[in-house]
Structures are given as structure tokens and as C-alpha cells.
Design a protein around this ligand. Structure first.
Ligand code: SF4
Length: 340
């Protein structure tokens, strides 16, 4: 029998999530995620950064991947199975073991009244990863991956931990089930610079030594550049540019990516982009338009940009959602240096 091609680990195709808000008789429609596509291949663990300003839709996309929001339209498959169709039993016995979240603020996920090791035991028992004494062994293994031991963690309360230790324990909790995919939503934004690097290095190590893929949600291009293999830059629900991080951030093509990059401190020659902004940039207000969502602010806007939605075109080893990269475009394209 011919072999079936392996299903991607995660397949997102033209995914859309619409929220409707009603005030009296008027209904406002917000496309939090709009026609977004990305694929993580099976057997090739990588770190994919979803980057964008606050309100760009990256967290809604992450929540859909975690099965916490239902897509309005489009395809969202994990190992070939539509996440929206999974039964509660499928989720409990399979999906939640395989796809684990890592949250922004580890202290918000631990009750100050509970010992942190109790979360590790609960996860091990709830997902039945082991029985009896083997539970402790599994917890100790997961803690070992993040550089801790059960002996160090046992009996401690959250207020006895540093931010870095708490985030490591929260990652260890996620690893207890031996997941294939971590969905990490701004996992280092609450940490200071030195701890931030140690957690980002941990994600790289998980990819290399444990074969875990990471969907890394961030507002911070500097940490995306340092950590990720590929990146998708989000603008108002669209992924406007996606490809290898070195290409996209080294030489951004989409005018919005160029604008974002121009607001980040200069890269140093060793690739460790210096300071990340401590606060997320303020969300920018865009007027509603029927065409490109960046038309009102784009220095290269053309008449058609205000009426038509651009496709996602292949250019220089990445995909760019901009008419400037449509095959056959004969005008002058912007360069990153030319960003106003
Ligand atoms: Fe600018 Fe038009 Fe490209 Fe949109 S499609 S980013 S408005 S040039």
C-alpha cells in the first residue's frame, strides 16, 4: 500500500475568528483573526513566533490553537484532526496532553495559598501520565529539563520563588504530559532581561533536545529574532509577512514590518538584539477600509489598496500580503532603509 504523507503537526488555513458586539440595535463586527494561514510540519520541531502589536489578533489565534476559542471560518487541524470537532473526551485524553499552554504571568497561574508542587502532581494525575511512585519520577524528569529538581521545589509557595523559577516550574508543568507543541503567550514579558534570556534559551533547548515545537506569541521583535526559526507578523488579524526570521526581520519587505522594525533598537552584530521595549507598543487605531488594512498609514499606498484586499505573494523566500509583491508588479518597491 502506498504510504500516506505525514500530517502536519499544526495546519492553519484561512482561519478567521469574528467577534460581534451589540449595543442597542447596532452590531459591531471585529475580525480578531482574519484569513490567517500557517503550518508547522511534523517531525521538524521549530519555534514559530507570532508577532504583532497589542490587538493584532495573536492571542486570539493562540487561544484557537489551544481549543479555547472556536474558529468562525477556516481550517485548524492538529495532526490532521480539526481542533473544533474534538469531543471533551478527545481533548482530555489526547489533545491537552499534546498541546500545552505557557502563560505570561506564572504567578497568576499559581494560587498564593497552594504549594507549587501540588500543581505538578495534579497535572500528572489528571492526565494519568504515570502511576504510584512513577509520578514523582516523571515530575522530577520534567523539572530536570528546566534545570530544577523536585527536592528544590517541594513544599514551596509561589512567594518563595523568583519570577524565573516560577516560569520554569510553569514550563515543567506543561512538559509533564510530554507535549509536542507548546503555545507560549508572552512568556517572558514579565521577566527582567537576564531571566528573559534564560527562558528563551530554554525554549530553544526544548526544541533541540526534546523535539518540542513552540508557538511563541510576542509583541517584541527582538526576542522573536533571538528565539524563533520562523515568524508571522500580524496586523489587525492578518499575517502580513511570514518566513524565516532572519529574512523577515533582517530584510523586511512588507511596509508594516518595516515600520515595526524601525521602532526596535538596532541589532547588534551577534544577533542578540539589545533592549526589548519594556511595555508593549500602544495599539494603533486604523480607520476601517475595504482594502488593505494598512492603507491609511502606508507610505506606498496605491489607489487599488483602498479597494482590494491584497493576496499573500511569495517574494524573496517568504510570503508578503501586499500588492507591491504581486507577480508582475513593475513599480518601485520600498527598502527597509527607506522607512520614514
Ligand atoms: Fe501598502 Fe498597498 Fe501594500 Fe497595503 S497593499 S501595504 S497599502 S502598498
Amino acid at each position: 500500500m502506498p504510504q500516506q504523507p505525514a500530517q502536519p503537526l499544526l495546519e492553519i488555513d484561512r482561519l478567521t475568528r469574528v467577534f460581534l458586539s451589540r449595543q442597542g440595535l447596532s452590531v459591531t463586527r471585529l475580525e480578531a483573526v482574519d484569513d490567517a494561514s500557517l503550518t508547522l510540519e511534523a517531525g521538524k520541531p521549530e519555534i514559530y513566533a507570532l508577532a504583532g502589536e497589542s490587538g493584532s489578533g495573536k492571542t486570539t489565534l493562540a487561544r484557537m490553537v489551544l481549543g479555547l476559542e472556536r474558529p468562525t471560518q477556516g481550517t485548524l487541524n492538529y495532526k490532521g484532526r480539526p481542533v473544533g470537532d474534538l469531543t471533551p473526551k478527545d481533548k482530555r485524553t489526547w489533545f491537552y496532553r499534546e498541546v500545552q499552554p505557557v502563560f505570561q504571568d506564572p504567578f497568576a497561574t499559581f494560587s498564593p495559598m497552594k504549594r507549587v508542587d501540588s500543581y505538578l502532581y495534579e497535572t500528572a494525575r489528571n492526565y494519568r501520565v504515570a502511576e504510584g511512585a512513577a509520578i514523582e519520577k516523571r515530575i522530577d524528569e520534567a523539572l530536570g529539563v528546566v534545570g530544577l529538581t523536585l527536592a528544590e521545589v517541594r513544599g514551596r509557595y509561589p512567594n518563595e520563588l523568583s519570577g524565573g523559577q516560577a516560569q520554569r516550574i510553569s514550563i515543567a508543568r506543561a512538559l509533564i504530559t510530554r507535549p509536542s507543541l507548546l503555545v507560549a503567550d508572552e512568556p517572558v514579558s514579565m521577566l527582567d532581561a537576564s531571566l528573559r534570556m534564560s527562558i528563551l534559551n530554554l525554549f530553544k533547548d526544548l526544541r533541540d533536545s526534546q523535539g518540542v515545537a513552540v508557538l511563541y506569541i510576542t509583541h517584541d521583535l527582538a526576542t522573536a529574532y533571538y528565539t524563533a526559526d520562523r515568524i508571522g507578523v500580524m496586523l489587525r488579524g492578518w499575517i502580513v509577512e511570514t518566513g524565516p526570521v532572519e529574512r523577515v526581520l533582517g530584510n523586511p519587505l512588507h511596509p508594516y514590518t518595516q515600520l515595526l522594525k524601525s521602532s526596535v533598537p538596532q541589532a547588534d552584530p551577534d544577533k542578540a538584539w539589545s533592549a526589548a521595549p519594556a511595555e508593549p507598543p500602544r495599539p494603533v487605531k486604523f480607520p476601517v477600509s475595504g482594502g488593505c488594512k494598512f492603507a491609511a498609514r502606508c507610505p506606498y499606498v496605491m489607489d487599488r489598496c483602498r479597494q482590494e484586499i491584497p493576496g499573500s505573494y511569495e517574494a524573496e523566500g517568504r510570503h508578503v500580503k501586499c500588492f507591491l509583491y504581486e507577480p508582475g508588479f513593475s513599480g518601485v518597491r520600498p527598502t527597509a532603509e527607506a522607512v520614514p
